[in-house]
Design a protein around this ligand. Sequence first.
Ligand SMILES: *Cc1c(COP(=O)(O)O)cnc(C)c1O
Length: 395
Amino acid sequence: MAEQNPDKGKGNDTTEKQFATKLIHFGAEIDGQTGASSVPIYQASTFHHHDIFNPPTYDYSRSGNPTRQALEDYITLLEGGVRGFAFASGMAAISTAFLLFSTGDHIIVTEDVYGGTYRLLTTVLNRLGIESTFVDMTDFEAVKAALQPNTKAVFMETPSNPTLKITDIGEIAAWAKEHELITLLDNTFMTPYHQRPIELGVDIVLHSATKFLGGHSDVLAGLAVVATESLGRRLKQLQNGLGTVLGTQESWLLIRGMKTLQARMEHSERSARKLAEWLDNNPDVTRVYYPGLANHPRRDVHEKQSKGYGAVVSFDVGDGERAKAVLSRVKLPLVAVSLGAVESILSYPAMMSHAAMPREVRHERGITDGLLRYSVGLEDIDDLIADLEQALKGE
Ligand SMILES: *Cc1c(COP(=O)(O)O)cnc(C)c1O
């Protein structure tokens, strides 16, 4: 028998691979001990010290766990960063990253940031004296005008939720660097398959892995990847100090889901394009938001920084009564908050994710009472369209 390559599955093959290959051959796909075809679930809180003078690599699971480590290395590889971290939720990742900052610091944040991030900044971090200014990041002049002597960071999210506004990542990251600001970006909607912010100059990429990375609506998790060793050391200290880590079972489940990321994203994106085109030509729909549509504002900027348009399409059916009628008549999508799963998910931002926002502010941002957000899953797109057609017609 020919000798087996002893390095197989140990991540020692450093030749650069295509994304689809990295998703499957990420370094820990074969267990070094047994050859098992998946990462073992090390369901242990603590680790025996065989030699008291020579502490083990892992000594306590809050500080480090081999299953979680495999996931952290996996997302680092996919995002092209230097170190990754797994957290109990997207908000745990985001709040831990914000604690890099201190009382008296100021952060510039995109105005249509995820609702939970907005709430964290305006009800928790403000109490700790961490100030934030919300700006329309499609307007570079507005970003520059928000700079203060105590500004320490810029927080981006593109495309934004739910109207899919496009921020120019490279432009803002370059400007931030000139001013020695740390840049953070919530990459939940695009995933590293479509968009890799670190390659564009961003310092910290954040994810609600609950969405596309997990992909099956069955795990709550957050991930962060940093671009430098020094940020890695600081974030590690916070993750360990705050204890915001992801559990072992969830770490394994997330790895399991992420292996099919490209297959899922490709399918969902192809379907989302078709859905967006169909909605755009539908007289019952007053407005469609999807970066893949020719008339989407700043589509050129999106195409410069992303390899695809994603699987989320928002559209306006005119008023709240019609929106509620559609929600009650659809038969295929889950009617729920969240997105990025194998099943399609239809959300109603005005009453779900953005319910806490004052009506006028919501309307100013295009989050009208008639706006619906469709996260396209893996069903047959013609079935999804037929279902939405009957829901819009109300027969
Ligand atoms: C869902 C979401 C979050 C929060 O993630 P959780 O896993 O729910 O804590 C953050 N950002 C975006 C863009 C999201 O969609």
